[in-house]
Design a protein around this ligand. Structure first.
Ligand code: SF4
Length: 322
């Protein structure tokens, strides 16, 4: 691995609510290496999509970044103006949204939308735009005849592939993906993930991928970050987090998901609900739901401590490790 392409440090995002600010992302830090695939998983509302939007600098009111830095290729994105950010979008960083049906313009053909993006971010000639549009559609295994198709004429899987083609138009270094497979069936999900994997190997871009479905990323991501109540509670190599989750919440998540391989096993839910993010209580955010809670957990907030490239935010785990 080379030097990190992305360095997120102590990132904090709040939502303005009638009851006061809700801390949706509370002090998140991680690195992403060039060419690496980092998956961020957690229950709905844990802050994972908000984190992606903050990194892409796409937050809008009532959400706002209130602390931290987002270092991309040596530049703090959070310190740039909208005009300066435009130079990075598409060219260096692109985003694939959850629903292609909402992200694509239903009144324009795929070819017209690819051309619009090229014209907005490059000085390319009409010939060059046509050539590149043809090329990126072929890259995602869509026949170039569909340059003339409207989004509604494509299947769900093809629409998501068209979104990925748009994201790759200008050969970005980082592709941010917010649940891009959530509207697809299992077979289409698998096929899209394999496609993303082979494109990443071929083109060398890094992937930051948010999902609530861990089966989607289990075979494709290099590292896995588990988020709970706006914080990373465990981060490490995907296989290790899957096979030996150390944080009680990660272990609960693994028990709550059916595996596509191995013998059938009983699925267990995690009782209780995530805590309120407005005026958070002291101690570990997971204390009220944790089967292993100790006295110290209700008083002191655990730090994310790293050992052997694997970091966990838990008093129990970190006490055992030292
Ligand atoms: Fe459970 Fe305590 Fe660890 Fe939190 S710090 S996850 S409450 S054992």
């Amino acid at each position: 691995m080379s030097t990190p392409i992305l360095k997120v440090r102590e990132l904090e995002v709040e939502y303005a609510t009638p009851n006061g600010p809700a801390k949706a992302v509370g002090g998140v830090s991680f690195d992403l290496e060039q060419g690496e695939f980092l998956a961020i998983v957690g229950e709905s509302g844990c802050g994972k999509s908000t984190l992606l939007f903050a990194i892409a600098q796409l937050l809008t009111y009532p959400a706002a970044m209130v602390g931290g830095t987002i270092g991309f290729d040596g530049v703090d994105l959070s310190a740039l103006s909208e005009e300066e950010l435009r130079k990075y979008r598409w060219r260096d960083i692109s985003v694939v949204m959850q629903s292609a049906m909402n992200a694509l313009n239903p009144t324009l053909t795929i070819g017209a939308q690819l051309a619009d993006a090229c014209r907005a971010h490059t000085e390319w000639s009409a010939e060059k735009i046509a050539e590149r549009s043809h090329e990126v559609l072929t890259m995602v295994s869509i026949d170039h005849v569909h340059l003339k198709s409207y989004p509604f004429q494509l299947s769900g899987g093809m629409r998501q592939r068209a979104m990925i083609a748009m994201a790759l138009l200008l050969n970005p270094k980082l592709v941010i993906m917010d649940e891009p497979t959530s509207a697809l069936d299992v077979v289409a999900q698998r096929s899209l993930m394999s496609q993303i994997q082979s494109l990443r190997n071929e083109l060398g871009f890094s992937v930051l991928f948010v999902t609530h479905d861990m089966n989607v990323v289990s075979h494709f991501s290099d590292r896995l970050a588990v988020m709970y109540a706006g914080q990373i509670v465990e981060i490490g190599k995907t296989r290790k987090v899957f096979d030996e989750p150390l944080h009680p919440y990660s272990a609960g998540l693994m028990d709550a998901f059916p595996s596509l391989v191995g013998a059938p096993r009983q699925l267990l839910g995690i009782p209780g609900n995530p805590p309120s993010l407005v005026a958070a209580q002291p101690g570990c955010h997971f204390a009220a739901r944790c089967p292993l809670v100790m006295e110290i957990c209700r008083v002191n907030r655990p730090e994310l401590l790293e050992e052997d490239s694997h970091a966990v935010r838990c008093h129990l785990v970190n006490a055992v490790q030292v």
